[in-house]
Design a protein around this ligand. Structure first.
Ligand code: BES
Ligand code: ZN
Ligand code: ZN
Length: 496
């Protein structure tokens, strides 16, 4: 889909379809919809008076103009009550409009953006593009039959009336596109099956990103990781035939900028290992690299946006499988930090590979560490598939995340990391166990990770709920969601 900005006005622009938004039961029409209404001899105000279109949130209705306008068709889309409007609803409405156009088989549409209350043209364009691109995302990589039936919009033209508006809209379009394309890349990686998205493939993807954007990259294989002392990562990786990779991507190295470390769990398939999971629903565990995908995507977006930060993205990538070489319950591992861990369950592998990655990240002396991981089933039970579990050791950093969350529309909810919870992890034979009780499972996972970040400001995002969804949301189709990418990119954009 091509999206571009042009100078022009909605009522005068010839096109396949003109998209217009309206609030619910407005007293008067304002902006582009008003100009179109005048040109159309009051057609829109009449149909709204008759109750044919009310403007309820995500309501959509298609009209044929029969030559009364340069546009062949008009799609009205509802924004809901004016007092309840925000950019999250705007992204949803943009997505719903895009999905309607796509599903109707219409190949082109035009849409004019005008400043709305406190929202600038630039913000509106960014969020419009975000909602649209994320909403019409489809994963059909492995479909070979009836590919001709896949519907796609070919062209979208965003109109601005003045050159100033055109400039702001172009800026918003550019930002929205960079971020959404990164999210879609993350979604492709998550939706990709584990026989295709292996640790090697993740490392190749990282190499490609490094090459395209002039980043530094280091990919350690398992024997190198072993020589470095990454005993926890290696323990998980050695059970699999598929070679594990420890990936480090670095953007803006050596420029004296603030360093932020991003760490993503990269389990390309989590069978549970020797503590094997029940087979029902196990296929979903191809998504256990969602944190890794989010880190790759955030790095790509940050560099395309030229963000003035030194970013280090770290991805321990491996499968978690049972085999004659697999690690076992009862094993004691020596982590890179020197601390030892008694393995209670080989299914609590995420915290093991992350522990070494977190320790490794300290070498870069980061101002902050953000980890993203599909870490626990317990967070899904606690918060459902809508919200990211948020943990951390630093109030200002937690606040930054919460602020970014509000802007990006990726919800987070804070859980505590009180010392008392550490008691659950005390081991008789090692420094700690990798599993405590079932109760407070997500918190105990967070407590475990906290033992590897020393005093560095750190947040842990448990994305196990929203990483993969069974029921679509306004601009998030079913399947891999790419959650966390927009949250992290917003955090980085607002860093100073
Ligand atoms: N990858 C899973 C967590 C998960 C579960 C993600 C469901 C998405 C949906 C993780 O490695 C895991 O298996 N965690 C265990 C930890 C337990 C053994 C302490 C869990 O949550 O059951
Ligand atoms: Zn597991
Ligand atoms: Zn896992």
């Amino acid at each position: 889909m091509q999206i571009r900005v042009e100078k022009g006005a909605a009522e005068k622009f010839p096109c396949e379809l003109l998209l217009l938004f309206s609030f619910e039961s407005p007293e008067t029409l304002e902006g582009p919809i008003q100009s179109v209404d005048v040109e159309w001899k009051g057609f829109i105000s009449t149909l709204m008076k008759q109750g044919d279109f009310k403007g309820e949130l995500f309501e959509r209705k298609l009209f044929y103009t029969q030559g009364a306008l340069p546009a062949k068709r008009v799609l009205l889309t509802g924004l809901g009550k004016k007092g309840e409007f925000d950019l999250e609803k705007w992204r949803g409405a943009s997505s719903k409009a895009g999905q309607f156009v796509r599903d109707a088989g219409i190949k082109q549409f035009v849409f004019q953006v005008k400043k709305l209350d406190s929202y600038s043209e630039e913000d509106l364009a960014e969020s419009f593009v975000t909602g649209l691109l994320l909403g019409v995302y489809q994963y059909h990589e492995f479909k070979t039959l009836e590919r001709e039936k896949i519907k796609e919009i070919g062209e979208v033209i965003i109109l601005g009336e003045t050159m100033d508006e055109v400039k702001s809209l172009s800026d918003g379009l550019r930002t929205g596109k960079i971020i959404s394309e990164a999210v879609c890349m993350a979604r492709d990686l998550v939706n990709g099956p584990s026989n295709k998205i292996t640790p090697t493939v993740l490392s190749e993807k990282a190499q490609q990103i490094a090459k395209d954007h002039g980043m530094e990259i280091q990919v350690l294989d398992v024997s190198q990781a072993e020589a470095m002392g990454m005993g926890a990562f290696v323990a998980v990786a050695k059970g699999s035939q598929e070679p594990g990779k420890f990936i480090t991507l670095e953007y803006n190295k050596g420029k004296g900028l603030d360093t932020i470390a991003l760490v993503g769990k990269g389990i390309t398939f989590d069978s549970g290992g020797i503590s094997i999971k029940p087979s029902e629903g196990m296929g979903r565990m191809k998504d256990d690299m969602s944190g890794a995908a989010a880190v790759l995507a955030a790095m790509q977006a940050a560099s395309k946006l030229s963000l003035p930060l030194h970013l280090v993205g770290m991805i321990p990538a491996t499968e978690n499988l049972p085999s004659g070489k697999a690690y076992k319950p009862g094993d004691i591992l020596k982590t890179l930090s020197g601390q030892t861990v008694e393995v209670i369950s080989t299914d609590a592998e995420g915290r093991l590979i992350l522990s070494d990655a977190l320790t490794y990240s300290l070498r870069y002396q980061p101002k902050a560490i953000v980890d993203l991981a599909t870490l626990t089933g317990a967070i899904v039970i606690a918060l459902g598939d809508y919200v990211i579990g948020l943990f951390g050791n630093d109030e200002p950093l937690l606040k930054r995340i919460e602020e970014a969350s509000g802007k990006a529309g990726e919800k987070v909810w804070r859980l505590p990391l009180w010392d008392e919870y550490f008691d659950y992890l005390k081991s008789d034979v090692a420094d700690f166990m990798n599993v405590g009780t079932r109760a407070a499972g997500a918190i105990i996972g967070g407590i475990f990770l906290s033992k590897f970040v020393e005093k560095v400001p750190w947040v842990h995002l448990d994305i196990a709920g929203p990483a993969f969804i069974e029921k679509e949301r306004p601009y998030v189709p079913k399947g891999g969601t790419g959650v966390g990418v927009r949250l992290v990119v917003q955090l980085l954009r607002d860093w100073k």
